[in-house]
Design a protein around this ligand. Structure first.
Ligand SMILES: Cc1cc2nc3c(=O)[nH]c(=O)nc-3n(C[C@H](O)[C@H](O)[C@H](O)COP(=O)(O)OP(=O)(O)OC[C@H]3O[C@@H](n4cnc5c(N)ncnc54)[C@H](O)[C@@H]3O)c2cc1C
Length: 459
């Protein structure tokens, strides 16, 4: 059953006692970067201390020594890679999930290269030492060494995750398939850890080194469980979020109104997003990111979704009362990212969604300008609501309507419309090519890169 809601309920000003997320602290990033550097140093020291000069004096010894070191470094790279995507709260607030995921994607291939180097070098080193063929040595290693079968399975799972994350492969895969493959990497990492402490030269007979390595992995596991599982479970249970209604906003665009207990106590800012898991029979196993299109009031909040695929299309027929599991909030597309009191918000299509809630959090005295872009007025999302808010603030609103190939926003257009554009913080949300074009136009018009903020809906 699809329900409707009286719109005025959702456009009232936010309650003053609303809880906001803590500000991101750059110090957190510095401290964690220093800890990661220190961890790398200790890992290298562990690898070096497991070798003797005599042992690296032969080709076989040198190959084995470098193979062991690459194995250790692969393990360490994987710890950091997983930590970057563990949704660690203070890190998320300071850096932002999009940037953390970019770092995760950049680092992950190096862990795999090191892992492959480890396999090749160890097999070559052992084969040279035993003076046997490479394949015979590989076979002997797999069959006779403790925990080696697990290590082989783990390596294959990690390679699969790497291959399916490769840009071209990922584009062809359904998101859910990619996600399921990625989930297996946790099993792979468990095998990798077991293999290292059971057979690694740096660990066998070295209780202190084993304790350090175990502590690192346990800390990582604790972070993943705390931030990716426990916190979302606690928040979902505490607030008991449910679907209160679904409102058609435009063709193919619906707002889902959500109700729950004391939603104003959720530490979320306008412009942020949650991962939403709607607990219906067909959708409970998928979590999708959607930005808030209205900040929480005491018992209500809202998202606005464009039908882009099977899941988003299905939201139009969500039954009222559907329980919702929430993970988040995430994102740094928030009012406190602005460095001054002059702001320009630019949104295209459904990209207006986070701008609507961000607008609610901007200081009452902020000098606000809004630019909405769409093919025609019907394709502008939440345009009337934004227009009312802009009017209430005495702010300025432009609607740039027309087909993409006929209408482009350039540095000149921006300067003419806003002579003080260079003094503004600019928040952009829309398709990636649109965001890139507006960001480039803003920079050309004199806006420093640090004042251009964007949210990408692309995965
Ligand atoms: C930070 C962020 C905020 C977003 N906010 C909004 C919003 O406020 N309103 C809105 O309409 N859309 C938003 N999106 C986009 C929205 O998440 C996708 O359109 C939706 O998940 C598509 O799922 P689908 O099954 O309907 O479509 P599909 O056809 O399965 O996918 C369409 C596209 O969405 C990507 N996608 C699918 N599932 C996921 C997922 N679970 N996580 C990430 N990407 C996925 C796919 O890779 C593909 O590129 C946001 C995306 C991100 C990353």
């Amino acid at each position: 059953m699809t329900g409707t809601l009286q719109r005025p309920q959702h456009v009232a000003p936010p309650a003053t006692a609303r809880r906001l997320p803590r500000r991101g602290r750059p110090l957190v990033v510095d401290l964690l970067a220093a800890a990661a550097g220190l961890g790398l140093g200790v890992t290298i020291a562990l690898g070096v201390s497991a070798q003797s000069l005599a042992s690296v004096g032969t080709v076989a010894g040198a190959l084995t020594a470098v193979g062991r070191m690459t194995g250790l470094l692969a393990g360490y790279a994987m710890i950091v890679t997983v930590a970057l995507s563990a949704r660690i709260g203070p890190l998320e607030r300071a850096v932002g999930q999009d940037r953390l995921i970019r770092w995760h994607r950049r680092l992950a291939p190096y862990g795999l290269y090191l892992l492959l180097a480890h396999v090749v070098l160890i097999v070559l080193g052992y084969a040279a030492l035993a003076q046997t063929g490479v394949l015979a040595q590989l076979w002997a290693l797999v069959l006779t060494y403790q925990g080696m079968l697990g290590a082989v399975v783990g390596t294959l799972l990690l390679l699969l995750a790497g291959i399916t994350s490769y840009r071209r492969a990922r584009r062809r895969l359904r998101y859910e398939t990619w996600w399921a493959v990625h989930l297996y990497t946790y099993l792979a990492l468990l095998f990798a850890f077991q293999h290292q402490v059971q057979t690694g030269a740096s660990f066998v007979g070295h209780p202190l080194a084993t304790a350090w390595w175990t502590a690192l992995w346990v800390a990582l596991l604790a972070a993943v469980v705390a931030w990716r599982v426990l916190l979302p479970v606690v928040r979902s249970l505490r607030h008991g979020v449910r679907v209160a209604g679904v409102v058609q906003e435009a063709p193919g665009v619906v707002s889902v109104v959500l109700e729950g207990r004391r939603l104003d106590r959720l530490p979320v800012a306008g412009g942020q997003f949650f991962q939403w898991r709607f607990l219906t029979r067909g959708a409970w196993w998928q979590a999708h990111p959607f930005s808030l299109s209205h900040v929480p009031q005491e018992h209500r909040m809202r998202i606005t979704v464009k039908d882009l695929g099977d899941h988003s299309a299905g939201l139009a027929s969500l039954p009222i009362g559907t329980p919702v599991f929430i993970e988040g909030p995430y994102g740094r597309f928030t009012a406190d990212a602005a460095t001054g009191h002059k702001v320009l918000l630019v949104g295209a299509g459904v990209g207006a969604t986070p701008l609507r809630s961000l607008l609610q959090d901007l200081d009452e005295h902020a000098d606000v300008a809004v630019l909405l872009r769409g093919r025609d007025r019907g394709s502008l999302v939440l345009a009337d609501e934004i227009a009312r808010e802009v009017q209430r603030r005495g702010a300025r609103l432009w609607e740039a309507l027309g087909p993409r190939d006929r209408l482009s926003v350039t540095a000149g257009t921006l300067r003419r419309a806003m002579p003080d554009i260079a003094e503004r913080d600019v928040f952009i949300c829309g398709p990636d090519d649109f965001t890139a074009a507006i960001a480039a136009a803003c920079r050309e018009a004199g806006v420093p890169a640090s004042r251009v903020h964007f949210e990408s809906f692309a995965f």
